[in-house]
Design a protein around this ligand. Structure first.
Ligand code: SF4
Length: 68
């Protein structure tokens, strides 16, 4: 998972504890939607990037609810 430690369950990031990131202030750039946008100079509008991330986040939440 992009170099992050995997949770012992085999699903998700081990840094997510009680639904909070325990390394939030030092998290990698790919964990920050805003920082990622600026670092990688994405060829899209910031609003599009945020909307895309929101959609993917909702998909992942739905998968989690379904036990996926
Ligand atoms: S923000 Fe990144 S490091 Fe923190 S829990 Fe989520 S995936 Fe893991």
């Amino acid at each position: 998972m992009l170099g992050l430690p995997l949770h012992e369950s085999g699903k998700g990031c081990a840094n997510l504890v009680n639904n909070e990131c325990i390394i939030y202030n030092e998290r990698p750039v790919f964990c920050s939607v805003n920082e990622y946008f600026h670092v990688f100079d994405l060829k899209m509008k910031k609003e599009e990037w945020f909307k895309l991330n929101e959609e993917k986040c909702k998909e992942l939440q739905d998968q989690e609810k379904e036990g996926g």
